[in-house]
Design a protein around this ligand. Structure first.
Ligand SMILES: C[S@@+](CC[C@H](N)C(=O)[O-])C[C@H]1O[C@@H](n2cnc3c(N)ncnc32)[C@H](O)[C@@H]1O
Ligand code: SF4
Length: 404
């Protein structure tokens, strides 16, 4: 499973140094670390029943609420003015394994400790086979405004290789019920599963478009170290898809989704309209502040980044002792903050302002335009924006701009 990054040890009282940066919008992330089975490709911080070392869903929700209340006290001690959450994202794991009443309790805690702004975007991730008409209605009643459904593929053979527990039909019903409940809808897709053909990927894209959701995310399958998928590939049971096929699949997604009226606004994300972009995810790429609650959750506040202990049992221990679950932290200096603007900002449609770049970064731009990786006309008017080919090679563009 993916390990946490390294930083300096975070104080047990959770106090945050004041760096004095200008105030940005504020978001809340809530991590729910439960899944019924682990998909072979996934290395997210999530646990099946046998891996929980005695942590129950009930005790977890109580602890999550305690962490929210602790955050309120930390901010008050710090003299940081209360900022209502402009976005809330309940992710996992499988948040929809929790009873809707528990989700409502957690949202109530966010409301009472921070406030949730009028018109806030409040998203929950859902596996298609963990929701029904009533549960989605109850989620909408508790303040959820948007549901992101893990569709991954419309092809049963591909779903099986991915170890998904749902069938393609359950995605359509989940989306229909979500719309009925008045929720905005999104689907997550994965391309580049071993053995997946370009035609199968096209069929998945067509099925996703037929759902008439507000938003689509399409992720290139990453074969993560230590996963069951990686072991199967190493043993020769499955053959990984090569980079060129991945690139063809990305280009197909962009072409087909654009043809259906979706506009890309981040390398892996397309929205029906500007107001159906994921405001929460955009806030990460724009360097805004967010507080992440739950095991392994990351936070970023005023130039300080920290992350919580990873296992739900370690998390429960910290909370029960009245301590912050923050494990380590990093206080970003001005150079690191400038690099983050490039690293995160370049992924989005608006790109980044050229005048924030180093001299070396500005010098690299002519070559990137000549290679078709960044848009020439936008560069002339002062912004660095990726072309479609540049989106495929976003990491290379970032490295080139940041190279000294
Ligand atoms: C961690 S899951 C949580 C939501 C929910 N449990 C689900 O699976 O639908 C969020 C998304 O991450 C994506 N994901 C997870 N592991 C991935 C991998 N190795 N490569 C690409 N995408 C991945 C999947 O598309 C998934 O929908
Ligand atoms: S259901 Fe989602 S979070 Fe759980 S293992 Fe599968 S991809 Fe990961």
């Amino acid at each position: 499973m993916a390990s946490l990054p390294r930083g300096e040890v975070a104080p047990r009282d959770g106090s945050i140094p004041s760096v004095g940066l200008p105030e940005t919008s504020f978001g809340v992330y809530l991590h729910i670390p439960f899944c019924t089975v682990r998909c072979g490709y996934c290395d997210f911080n999530t646990y099946t029943a046998t891996e929980l070392r005695g942590v129950t869903r009930e005790s977890f929700v109580d602890n999550l609420i305690s962490e929210i209340e602790l955050a309120e006290r930390i901010l008050a001690n710090n003299g940081t003015p209360r900022r209502p959450a402009a976005t809330v994202f309940i992710g996992g794991g499988t948040p929809t394994l929790l009873p809707e009443g528990d989700i409502a309790r957690v949202l109530d805690a966010v409301r009472s400790s921070f406030g949730i702004a009028d018109g806030a975007e409040v998203t929950i991730e859902a596996n298609p086979d963990t929701v029904n008409r009533e549960s989605l209605r109850a989620l909408a009643d508790s303040g959820i405004t948007r549901v992101s459904v893990g569709m991954q593929s419309a092809v049963p053979r591909v779903l099986e290789i991915l170890d998904r527990t749902h069938d393609p039909e359950s995605v359509a019903t989940a989306i229909a019920w979500a719309k009925e409940a008045g929720l905005q809808t999104s689907v997550d897709l994965i391309y580049g599963t071993p053995g997946e053909t370009l035609d199968e990927w096209r069929a998945t894209l067509s099925a996703a478009i037929a759902l008439e959701t507000d938003h689509v995310s399409a992720y290139s399958l990453i074969v993560e170290e230590g996963t069951a998928l990686e072991r199967r590939i190493r043993r020769g049971e499955l053959e990984a898809i090569d980079d060129d096929t991945h690139a063809d699949m990305y280009e197909l997604a962009d072409e087909v989704l654009a043809g259906a009226g979706f506009e890309w606004y981040e390398v892996s994300n397309w929205a029906r309209r500007a107001d159906t972009r994921s405001r929460h995810n955009l806030s990460y790429w724009q360097g805004a502040d967010w507080w992440g609650f739950g095991p392994g959750a990351h936070s970023h506040l005023n130039g300080v980044r920290w992350w919580n202990v990873k296992h739900p049992a370690a998390y429960a221990e910290r909370i029960s002792a009245g301590e912050s679950p923050a494990l380590e932290r990093e206080i970003l200096n001005a150079d690191q903050r400038a690099d983050e603007v490039v690293l995160l900002g370049l992924r989005v449609r608006d790109g980044i302002a050229l005048d924030g770049l180093s001299q070396a970064g500005r010098t690299a731009i002519a070559g990137l335009i000549a290679d078709g990786l960044v848009e020439g006309p936008q560069a002339i008017s002062g912004r660095l924006v990726l072309t479609s080919r540049g989106r495929l090679l976003a990491d290379f563009v970032v490295r080139t701009i940041l190279a000294d």
